[in-house]
Design a protein around this ligand. Structure first.
Ligand code: PHE
Length: 540
């Protein structure tokens, strides 16, 4: 059986469980933790937000993280392969996740490139103090106006060149493979990131006014808890923050050895991610407290999220604070490292899917995947209207693309294919933290309700109000058009045949694995795995 072909096509693996855990944390800890969480928490009731946040984490985030791990590890494949092995008709779900990851990768890289430039600018405070806003949008991005000028193709070198640099680094990491590339990068970057985070928080706590910032961040506003929107934002944030339903955790867990404590690992990843979030909240609000004090306003007057926080508020703080350069280098450097470890996880979803489907080797697959994404990324986002395209695509694809895929996956697996007992047994076989009925109820009942609510409210919001007031043709192409295009493309990709060389078609390791699991009917439901389930079940 172990002939030359199966040898070369052997599935890659992480060096150890700890490297997997670090890589999963690397994926989860990203821009969301640094620039999104602090503001979401502040808006959602400050200290009181801890309640919806913990509820969301425990009742949906962690259960769905386990769900993703179970699918990837049990069916040992990239998202399309794992779903395909579960049921032929489920394959498009995997491709949909792959395509969402393609979209995310094109712009995630751009933000890393900006942050890299700003790390450099921070060292010399070269953004004309007092005019950080105009500097970022005007001088740095050279932002155009789609309404007036349409989509422009003017190249902006100070964005384009660092972006090319980011892509080169990331392509090298990806080409080195799971163990030597992704595993090692996380092994180096995650401890560094942690150190930078801690230093950043300590440094910002010493700024004058830091206490006001912390008060604003932590003071509980209990009334916020009566607002369903706050609960929805807690759930929405947790899905994004833990990177569930993007195919990432499915892909990463397919690289784990057979005997692995899956639920124990999941708990470590989830709590580490939350730890980073809370630390970021402290650091960011301490710095905002300082900013409010120097401008003689309230923290509420300076609190923002996203691009405004990172590229306008933080540069202002860096300009004004004593030792501002250090804060800037730590903050933007942290964005770069957190971004890179998330970006490689997103790309791995795509690379792994094509490797499985086509049976190609690592390096050619990496190049075929990354070069076109890099080119799209450079072509679109280093031009003067790039930011607006980025923002629109993100708002549509991320918001309901992900909600929809998660919703369909949960309903399909739980209610149509009845595979939850199989997944639960798989998780329990070797795990330290055992799952029972509660987990099944949370995944099968609570999460579809929450996801359905979030999905419908997103769609309603997008239909009733043109996003950011952008022109209708623009939203039709880069918003709605992109969402529809992805769905159609996902279905088409699932119809393409699996290559004969693909290890997915003949995977002795997977077959052995099934024998070892030796399925008996589930005591409660009588569900039995498909009788013909072997890797040979993946036919073209
Ligand atoms: N979890 C990442 C964060 O918190 C975001 C992310 C989601 C990254 C999906 C990649 C894919 O920023």
């Amino acid at each position: 059986m172990a002939n030359a072909t199966t040898q070369t096509n052997r599935r890659e693996a992480f060096g150890s469980r700890n490297v997997f855990i670090l890589s999963a944390i690397g994926s989860a800890v990203g821009l969301g933790n640094i620039w999104r969480f602090p503001y979401v928490a502040y808006e959602g009731g400050g200290g009181a937000f801890l309640i919806p946040y913990l509820c969301a984490l425990l009742t949906a985030g962690i259960p769905l993280l386990f769900f993703d791990y179970a699918i990837g590890h049990r069916f040992r494949g990239s998202a399309p392969l794992a779903f395909r092995r579960m049921h032929r008709a489920a394959e498009p779900l995997g491709w949909w996740q792959v395509l969402i990851c393609v979209v995310i990768a094109t712009y995630y890289a751009v933000i890393i490139a900006w942050a890299a430039m700003y790390t450099w600018f921070s060292a010399r405070i070269s953004w004309g103090a007092g005019n950080e806003d105009a500097f970022f949008f005007g001088e740095f991005l050279q932002l155009g106006d789609v309404a007036k000028d349409g989509v422009s193709t003017q190249f902006v070198p100070q964005v384009g060149y660092p972006l090319i640099g980011v892509w080169l680094v990331v392509i090298i990491i990806m080409a080195l493979g799971v163990k030597r590339g992704i595993g090692r990068a996380n092994l180096v970057l995650m401890p560094l990131l942690t150190l930078m985070f801690v230093l950043l928080v300590v440094q910002s706590l010493f700024l004058p006014g830091a206490v006001d910032g912390l008060n604003a961040f932590f003071t509980p506003n209990w009334e916020a808890l009566a607002d369903p929107g706050v609960w929805a934002s807690a759930y929405g944030h947790i899905f994004f923050s833990l990177s569930v339903a993007f195919g990432i955790m499915v892909t990463y867990s397919s690289y784990l050895k057979r005997r692995t404590d899956l639920t124990g690992s999941g708990l470590v990843v989830a709590f580490a991610n939350s730890g980073f979030e809370i630390l970021a909240g402290i650091g960011v609000f301490a710095a905002l407290g300082f900013m409010a004090q120097t401008q003689a306003t309230d923290v509420s007057g300076v609190a923002t999220a996203g691009i405004g926080l990172a590229f306008v508020a933080f540069p202002t703080i860096v300009s004004q604070a004593a030792g501002g350069s250090i804060i800037g280098v730590l903050f933007f450097g942290a964005l770069v490292f957190a971004g890179i470890t998330s970006l490689i996880s997103v790309l791995e979803v795509v690379v792994a899917a094509l490797q499985d489907k086509l049976g190609w080797r690592r390096v050619p697959t990496t190049l075929v995947v990354s070069i076109p994404i890099a080119l799209i990324s450079v072509a679109f986002f280093s031009t003067t209207t790039g930011l607006l395209v980025l923002d629109t695509t993100d708002a549509f694809v991320n918001a309901f693309g992900i909600m929809a895929v998660a919703l369909i996956a949960v309903i399909l697996v739980a209610w149509v294919l009845h595979r939850l007992p199989v997944l639960r047994d798989h998780l329990n076989r070797r795990s330290s933290f055992r799952l029972g009925r509660v987990w099944m109820l949370l995944v099968a009942v609570l999460s579809p309700i929450v996801l359905g609510y979030l999905f419908v409210s997103e769609v309603v919001a997008k239909v009733t109000e043109p996003y950011e007031g952008y022109p209708a043709w623009f939203l039709a192409i880069f918003g709605w058009g992109m969402v529809i295009a992805l769905v159609v493309l996902a279905i088409l990709l699932s119809l393409l045949p699996w290559s004969r060389r693909s290890h997915a078609k003949d995977d002795p390791e997977y077959d052995e694995f099934l024998v070892e699991e030796s399925y008996e009917p589930d005591a409660e439901t009588g569900a039995v795995p498909l009788p013909a389930e072997t890797s040979r079940g993946v036919r073209s």
